[in-house]
Every structure is written in structure tokens, then in C-alpha cells.
Design a protein around this ligand. Sequence first.
Ligand code: PRT
Ligand code: ZN
Length: 291
Amino acid sequence: MKLNGENLKISIQKKGRLSQGSQELFKAAGLDFESSDGRLFSRCSNYPMDALYLRDDDIPEYVQDGVTDLGIVGLNVVEEKGNQVAKLDYLGFGTCELCIAVPKASGLTSAFDLSGKRIATSYPRITGAYLEKRGIDARVIEISGSVEITPSLDVADAICDIVSTGSTLRLHELMPIEVVLKSEAVLIANQESLRNPRKVALIERLRARILSHLEAKKTKYVMMNAPESALEQIRGILPGMKSPTIVPLAEEGMIAVHTAVPEDVFWDVIEALKAAGATDLLVVPVEKMVV
Ligand code: PRT
Ligand code: ZN
């Protein structure tokens, strides 16, 4: 099988922390790919698209050079590589922070204490730019892996590395002192592909599917019963949301109210609804949100 020249092409990580999230996103967008097991690429059976499986470090370059039109990769990698690509959408998985961390016993507490010190990192470009912007004159030492052990080997005084749960830092008696970059998986695009109307149409259809999934993840659908007399107060609790659905119940003076509630204010809204007299609250996840 060969890549189809007409199809949209997307590169994703072959094996690693972003593989599962990328494949789940394809599924949520209704895309059926042939099994990716051991392959370099596979074809989507219900969308004109081929997926290419790569090391994450190579994805920005492949997208810049037009080998693939799109890519899914960590923002940390995009910023470090510095390739010319368009960042289209943040995808809500692979979240982590690039942090400066120091040995707990070092007495260093802020990035400004690092002048004249050595910082080991696999992210020399981002780290260098961060230090330069703040006028901190530290030496950046590029290390390709296991950066966390460099302070104990006296190779460096501090590190700049990816942190997610923080357990790697704790294990090595290190503590974070600055967040240099907040990262998550991002959908990137080749600049030329964004000037090709046929490809733009396919990309926009794909993005609409992805965004409806991301919006749905941020929303819960809530159904409740309430006395009719509480309706005005309930409407006041749901100010920013679309008009709720109101259904009369068999019991005189009682109604059912159905509405979508954003995840970030979920508990505040639920507590206020209960206080206003809502009962029998039923909460269901939203599968897709198409606006
Ligand atoms: O083989 P390939 O080159 O494709 O993969 P890789 O080994 O370079 O990357 P991979 O799969 O480890 O990570 C891919 C992307 O996931 C990264 O570029 C980040 O955008 C994102 N990500 C999210 C992370 C982490 N969380 C993470 N915890 N990348 C790395 N880590 C490492 C970190 O380097 C450190 O060693 O995990 C350790 C810290 O984790 P905690 O949980 O102990 O804090
Ligand atoms: Zn990598």
C-alpha cells in the first residue's frame, strides 16, 4: 500500500504518551483507521485521510516540509523545534509543564538565583529564550535524556524538564521553582496546505468534528424536577447558558428542566439549583456538541 496523493495526511506519535490520545481523538471524530500495529502508516476507511506514525520529535519537521498536512504533537516539541507550522487547536491531552527545578537543599528559590549557574535540559532553545528574556545569565547544558540525575552527578545546578505528576522530581530530591511552558497536544498544519482550498475544506470538516468532541467533554447535560414557582430562580442560575427545555410533569405545579452545564462551573450550578428547590437531578455526559 502507498500513501494516496489526494488524501489528507496527518502524522501522529507512533508509540508514546500521545499515541493513545491521538487515536482516541480520531475515534471521537468518527474516523476508522486500519490497525496501526507495526506500520509506518494506515488509511482511514471513511474519510480521505492517511495517518503516518512517527517519533514525536520528527512531526513538526514533516509538517513544515509538507510530507503531511497535519500533525498531532506536544506544544513543547513544536516550540523547541521552531519549525514554521500553523498551530490550529489545543487538544486537551498530553498536558504537562516544562519547569525549572533545583535540588531541595540548594537554597535556590527563583530563576533569578540561577545567574552563573548550569542548567541541564533537553529543551535548550526554549530554556535559552526564557533565560534571555529575563536577563538571567546561566549556562544551558544540552542533555538528551535522564536530565533529572544531572544535579546529583554535579553536571548541573538546576534542570529544565517536563513535569506531569512531579514524582520524578520528588524521587530525585528536586523541586520546581519556575514554570517555563504549559504544554498539551496541539494540532499543527503545513502552511501551504492552508492555502489549498480542497485541503482546507477537508481540514475544516475534521476540525469541526474534533471541536464538537472537545466542547462536549467540557459539558454535562443536567435534568431535574422542580416546582413551577422556582423556574425564574433556576433560570437566573443558568444565565450564560442557552434557554433550558421546560417540560410539564403529571404532578400539578411541577416541571422538568433540561439544560447543558459547563464542567468548570458544574458543582456551583448544581448546589445553587438544589438550593432553589430542584430535586431528582440526573447528570449525563454529552457525546458531541454541534453548534
Ligand atoms: O519515541 P518518541 O520520541 O516518539 O517519544 P518520547 O519518548 O520523546 O516522548 P514521550 O512519549 O515520553 O512524550 C510525548 C509527549 O508527551 C511530550 O513531548 C509531552 O508533550 C507529553 N508529556 C506529558 C510528557 C509527560 N507528560 C511526561 N511526564 N512527556 C514526558 N514526560 C516525562 C518527563 O520527561 C519526565 O522524565 O515524564 C517524566 C516526568 O513525569 P512525572 O509524572 O514524574 O512528573
Ligand atoms: Zn521524542
